[in-house]
Design a protein around this ligand. Structure first.
Ligand SMILES: *Cc1c(COP(=O)(O)O)cnc(C)c1O
Ligand SMILES: [Zn+2]
Length: 403
């Protein structure tokens, strides 16, 4: 049977208990399978297509048909980066428009099976939106705790519309997660669905399986890193495919953090064995505005094991990548997602790529989530009289107002 394992101290426990973090050292727990317990027999669609690799079956799953997202082939930006092929894994195409749904379907299904009265999370926005949708679907209460004034409007509106109860705190995400996780650990009623919940990671690892089925094993995969659950999940998925002999090699990972919230990047660059938390994380990419990532240890391990690299990008680099993706590729994502392309762009100028690599950038969430950021791109807009001449004048005039 799969069991909980602490990758830090070696603690082991049965999945029968409700555990999130290691009772000995406090690190998030991992659900570990023996090689012979895993078989890669994809069947059906989306996340539950990979039930044979998951700790619970898809029977009676609380699902909104998450996963099965597209890989878009880059038509322009791959040349700028100087690689053979660049693909965008568009996680914005999930039901609530971020990758969080992959983990949420598994975690909320587990909560439902356990008879939990409600699910709760701390969130920078997308976990809240996702929790709210799956709680509605399950018919159980949803509670989300968010940093006041620091959540993109689209995400907050989603949580509201799905009927969740929203608690704003006068603090940042790290404060919220600390409070919410200690509350959930004392309560049988409230089931915690942050990415310290090992079932979240299980759902999210299916992203690796989809990439494998679509294109095999890329040379590099770039992914934005906030609380570091998703990079943990991505690496877990690929390693499992490799361990059971399905995949013959492993990709190298590129973890991207925002300069104002880059504790894992700093630890990587300094060759340190632990992170130095950032007390007041700041970045335009609110989804990765996290100073004390819960899964930092597993993220560092993933980067090092994969012979990968961490990179930090400025808000300017993020916003430039954001506009490049939408205006040059037709792929509209939120700023945190654009960080993964910003990281590739930066590493490319530093000479990382030789020219024939296959690279996948994980684009974690949809652009409509964050209208405040969309309002910052260069505007090509004009108001004119409602006549053919006026419109022609705007488009065709020698003054060429749009150029
Ligand atoms: C949650 C989130 C991230 C960060 O993922 P972690 O698992 O916290 O590292 C990045 N981008 C978006 C859009 C997100 O919602
Ligand atoms: Zn431990």
């Amino acid at each position: 049977m799969p069991q909980y394992v602490c990758e830090n101290c070696g603690f082991v426990a049965s999945l029968d208990k409700r555990l999130y973090i290691c009772p000995v050292c406090g690190d998030p727990l991992t659900i570990m399978f023996d090689d012979k317990e895993m078989s890669f027999i994809p069947s059906g669609k989306g996340v539950w297509r990979y039930s044979s690799m998951l700790p619970i079956t898809g029977k009676g799953a609380i699902s909104l048909n998450e996963g099965g997202t597209q890989l878009h082939q880059s038509v322009r930006l791959y040349r700028e980066i100087g690689v053979g092929s660049l693909m965008f894994k568009n996680e914005g195409l999930n039901p609530t428009a971020s990758f969080k749904d992959r983990g949420m379907t598994v975690a909320v299904t587990k909560a439902f099976q356990e008879g939990a009265h409600g699910v709760i999370c701390a969130s920078t926005g997308n976990t809240a939106a996702s929790l709210a949708a799956y709680a509605a679907r399950a018919g159980i209460a949803g509670y989300v705790v968010v940093p006041e004034g620091a959540v993109a409007t689209g995400k907050l509106m989603q949580a509201r519309a799905y009927g969740a109860e929203i608690i704003h705190i006068k603090g940042n995400f790290d404060d919220a997660l600390k409070a919410v996780s200690s509350l959930a650990m004392e309560s049988n009623e409230l089931y915690l669905v942050n990415s310290i919940n090992p079932y979240r990671i299980e759902g999210q690892k299916t992203m690796a399986f989809e990439i494998y089925e679509d294109v095999g094993i890329p040379d590099w995969i770039s992914i934005p890193v906030g609380n570091a659950g998703n990079i943990t999940a991505l690496w877990k998925g690929f390693k499992e495919l490799y361990r059971i002999g399905v995949a013959k090699k492993l990709p190298r990972l590129i973890g991207v953090q925002a300069e104002g919230a880059a504790p894992i990047y700093r630890a990587f660059i300094n060759g340190a064995s632990s992170i130095e938390p950032v007390n007041n994380p700041s970045t335009v990419a609110t989804a990765i505005r996290i100073g004390k990532p819960a899964s930092w240890r597993r993220a560092l391990k993933a980067i090092r094991e994969s012979h990968g690299i961490m990179v930090a990008v400025s808000d300017e680099e993020i916003m430039s990548a954001y506009y490049s993706l939408s205006s040059k590729e037709g792929v509209f994502v939120e700023p945190a997602s654009a960080a993964s392309f910003a990281g590739l762009r930066k590493l490319s100028t530093q000479g990382l790529f030789k020219g024939n690599e296959m690279v996948v950038a994980i684009l974690t969430g949809h652009g409509l989530k964050d209208p405040e950021s969309a309002a910052k791109v260069p505007k090509k807009e004009l108001t004119v009289e409602p006549t053919k001449e006026a419109i022609a004048g705007a488009i065709l005039s020698p003054a060429r107002v749009f150029r």
